[in-house]
Design a protein around this ligand. Structure first.
Ligand SMILES: *Cc1c(COP(=O)(O)O)cnc(C)c1O
Length: 467
């Protein structure tokens, strides 16, 4: 793949770029074509030294794979809502794209709900989670008919009050923590014994309390669990879903009717950050659920899923210019424009969130050359702002580019405002078989005027009255 695409005629960014055709490129990876085209058209360049790219066909493919996986393993006619976890890619055009592929939204804050509504996702395809919903948020969700999953007993009593004053037909559920244990990343493990999420099912008296809480509230018709994100084994995830299913069966038996009619099994399918292979697949997980909890897929229950990372991660790429190449203590360092502001978790927890880095030359073509161990640094002013340490890559020079792969979820869409670095532009792309790349702006680069205004720039004298 490296060096295979002849395309040097595109050189530096032309002023009015034609559609980029890198020649006979049928073997080039769409991502390589997109990087080259982004550089050729100046979407990444001296003025915009970092950008996010999203593979639109890839996102649509993942959405279709999710839907067909559950269609294959559930009984015909089973209602299934796939609610995309908005925090994984909080970008309105992405939510709209997914909505057109038949997905809804899982939201966990007033901001995420506003984004879902801006994407015209209907209330009946929206699910509100969050451990800290205010009374106003709950009231709004119930009035809109959005499904709400209560996190804890106090929230449930708030909902009691709201339902008494303004009965709602919104589906209401209760979040359960099956307390099955954590995965390999502590901060991502939501089903530990002391997790802050949901009602701990194995705590003393908790199971009986949950059953009673449901029997006392005929409108409580759903159970919800999200047992972790990244680092959880599929087996453990399926075990958590099995606990949820058995609890629902117990409640329904005691109620003498099918009171619990829908199970929300959360998201959390892990992503492979080590290669381009998509593993595990949605189909792997659906098949495992079918064999672990056959009743779940039998049509007895409607299903809600809340996948985030597994739908988007593989379809995003951060492209950044190498501003300087230097060395310290004998180690080469490429100083780039992608650091903690766009790869926050990778920079602060590199062992849990390693990313692949690909090297491209000044024209955005895959860079060749013997691998040399080097650091890939970001622009932030703290020493730990490295996206890769001692990583063997073709030696990077100034004007080259780096790409951080698999960064479509929780990376550039989840900007960290350190050093007042502006939010980079995000561009969706498609790459045709003949190599033609088309772009559409998902989010324009943040201007310094906007950044200044967000930082109180419109009221510079605000503190004068206090002095
Ligand atoms: C974050 C989150 C998700 C999505 O998790 P992924 O690992 O991105 O699939 C789903 N449900 C809830 C409640 C969450 O907090």
């Amino acid at each position: 793949m490296p060096g295979g695409a002849p395309g040097r005629t595109h050189g530096a960014a032309p002023r009015t770029p034609p559609p980029t055709r890198p020649g006979p490129a049928s073997h080039a990876h769409p991502r390589d074509l997109a990087v080259q085209a982004a550089v050729a058209r100046g979407l990444v360049g001296p003025g915009e030294p970092v950008a996010g790219l999203l593979d639109v066909d890839g996102i649509r493919r993942s959405a279709a794979e999710l839907r067909s996986a559950f269609e294959e393993f559930t009984a015909p006619g089973t209602p299934v809502l796939h609610a995309f976890a908005v925090k994984a890619a909080s970008l309105v055009p992405v939510l709209r794209l997914l909505a057109r592929e038949g997905l809804g939204c899982e939201v966990a804050s007033p901001g995420e709900l506003a984004l879902a509504r801006a994407a015209r996702v209907p209330a009946r395809r929206t699910v509100l989670d969050s451990p800290a919903k205010t009374r106003a948020e709950l009231r709004e969700a119930l009035a809109l008919g959005i499904a709400v999953n209560a996190d804890n007993p106090e929230e449930l009593s708030r909902i009691d009050g709201l339902m008494a004053s303004a009965p709602s037909t919104a589906p209401i559920g209760l979040r359960i923590n099956p307390q099955i244990g954590g995965g390999s990343i502590g901060a991502m493990s939501t089903a530990t014994g002391t997790s802050k999420f949901g009602v701990g099912l194995r705590d003393e008296g908790a199971r009986a309390w949950v059953v009673r809480a449901c029997l006392d509230r005929p409108w409580l018709t759903r159970l919800h669990a999200h047992v972790g994100s990244q680092g959880m084994s599929l087996k453990l995830m399926a075990a958590g879903v099995a606990d949820l299913y058995h609890l629902a069966e117990e409640i329904n038996e005691q109620a003498g009717r099918r009171q619990i009619d829908t199970l929300d099994i959360g998201g959390g399918l892990p992503v492979n950050f080590a290669s381009d292979a998509v593993t595990p697949t949605f189909r792997d997980y659906a098949a495992l659920l079918r064999s672990t909890v056959p009743g779940l897929m039998s049509g007895r229950y409607g299903l809600v899923t809340e996948f985030g990372r597994s739908l988007l991660a593989k379809h995003g790429t951060i492209v950044a210019r190498v501003e300087y190449a230097k060395s310290a203590g004998g180690r080469p360092i490429a100083v780039t424009h992608a650091g903690a502001q766009v790869a926050t978790r990778t920079v602060f927890a590199p062992d849990s969130w390693p990313v692949r880095v690909a090297a491209y030359d000044v024209h955005g073509l895959p860079k060749t050359g013997a691998p040399v161990a080097q650091d890939v640094a970001g622009p932030c002013c703290f020493a730990g702002d490295l996206v890769a340490e001692n990583r063997p890559l073709p030696l990077l020079g100034s004007g080259d580019h780096v790409a951080l792969l698999d960064t479509g979820a929780y990376y550039f869409s989840t900007h960290f405002a350190y050093n007042s670095l502006p939010r980079p532009g995000i561009h969706g792309y498609t790459a045709a078989p003949d190599g033609t790349v088309r772009f559409a702006t998902v989010r324009a680069p943040q201007t310094l005027a906007d950044l200044t205004a967000e930082s109180g720039g419109d009221t510079p004298d605000a503190l004068r009255g206090l002095t």
